[in-house]
Design a protein around this ligand. Structure first.
Ligand code: GFB
Length: 324
């Protein structure tokens, strides 16, 4: 099908029905906030209890009944390095089921355009840095998250296959490591940033002397605030129509040690840092090359320091206050 890249807006009708799958999660909730802020009035949302996306028949009935015009597929089984390493069957199985059901039903029921979201872990463990889109499938994956990565690679390829065979407008965005409001702050299963925020906060409140951080502290990670990701999702849905997936990064790269120091400062913990080297480091570095997205006209806005402050405020108001 014809590719339209960086040309005029295609989402001019603010009453067009948009299904945001996974609207209660970190990514989906940010996308809903963004769409509402832009004046989109016809969002279709379903909780997990209302619609289990792993159930093919239920997904088909939903699409047959609702007939959305656009779909943003932000529903996924996600987690940090420990969760990925511990629940491989869930990470590959649930994600393959969700994306296969949603992509196929969306195509069958006349959805105009679908945006699939993946992750920077789709790239080879030792991909040249910064990682360009063309690095996909050029080498072995990081073992701690290969199950999730294989599912996400299958999602990109499913979108490409439907585009090639059916001329259907399915596109993919690949965000780097994300953080922000509505993140999962579980002590073991979450990603590093919310895990550390909670650990430093609890250490501060309990007057602890030390906070232990996993691994060696040397891996490098790039962090993008989820509000920036949400903005890029609407931008891509509106402006990009191409076969290749698009990287969405911030260019803000820090070592885990630097991140830990930054979170410690934002939270206001005054004790020491310790390191648990029995925990895995994962990929040594995964900095995205986001020049393709920049050339289309999109750039991120939120600095890591501001994003951390805002996320900590959200954590205090929503997670800590809710526990009281
Ligand atoms: O965020 P994280 O779990 O994901 O870990 P990945 C990043 C780095 O932080 C690793 C270290 O080197 C961890 O060892 N780290 C230090 C910690 N302390 C902690 C902690 O308390 N909790 C956690 N979770 N990490 C994930 C993939 O990889 O990235 C997913 O497993 C997904 O598939 C996601 O792609 C974006 O960046 O290593």
């Amino acid at each position: 099908m014809a590719e339209t890249i960086g040309s005029g807006s295609s989402m001019t009708d603010k009453s067009a029905k948009i299904f945001v799958a996974g609207h209660r999660g970190l990514v989906g909730s940010a996308i809903v906030r963004k769409l509402q802020e832009l004046g989109f009035t016809n969002l279709v949302l379903r909780t997990h209890a209302e619609l289990d996306l792993t159930r093919q028949a239920d997904v088909e009935s939903f699409f047959a009944q609702e007939k959305p015009v656009y779909v943003i597929l932000a529903a996924a089984k996600v987690g940090g390095i420990h969760a990925n390493n511990t629940y491989p069957a869930d990470f590959i199985g649930v994600n393959l089921q969700i994306q296969t059901n949603v992509i196929h039903s969306a195509y069958q029921h006349g959805v105009k355009k679908l945006l699939f979201l993946g992750s920077s872990c789709i790239y080879p463990k030792f991909a040249p840095q910064p990682i360009t889109e063309s690095a996909l499938l050029t080498g072995p994956l990081e073992p701690t998250n290969e199950w999730y990565a294989i599912a996400k690679i299958a999602g990109i390829k499913t979108c490409q296959a439907y585009r090639i065979q059916h001329g259907w407008d399915a596109i993919s965005g690949m965000p780097t490591n994300l953080y922000g409001p509505n993140d999962n702050f579980h002590p073991e299963n979450s990603h590093v940033l919310p895990a550390l925020m909670r650990r430093f906060h609890e250490a501060k409140v309990n007057g602890a002397e030390e906070v232990v951080v996993w691994g060696t502290g040397s891996p490098l990670r790039e962090f993008l605030h989820v509000d920036d990701l949400a903005d890029s999702c609407v931008f891509l849905l509106d402006r990009y129509s191409g076969l290749e997936h698009v990287n969405v990064g911030s260019g803000q790269e820090v070592t885990i040690k630097e991140l830990a120091e930054l979170v410690k400062e934002v939270v206001g913990f005054e004790g020491k840092l310790g390191w648990d080297s029995s925990k895995p480091d994962g990929t040594p570095r995964k900095l995205m090359d986001s020049s393709k997205l920049a050339s289309l006209g999109w750039t991120p806005k939120v600095s890591l320091r501001d994003g951390l402050r805002q996320t900590y405020e959200w954590y205090l108001e929503n997670v800590c206050a809710a526990k009281k």
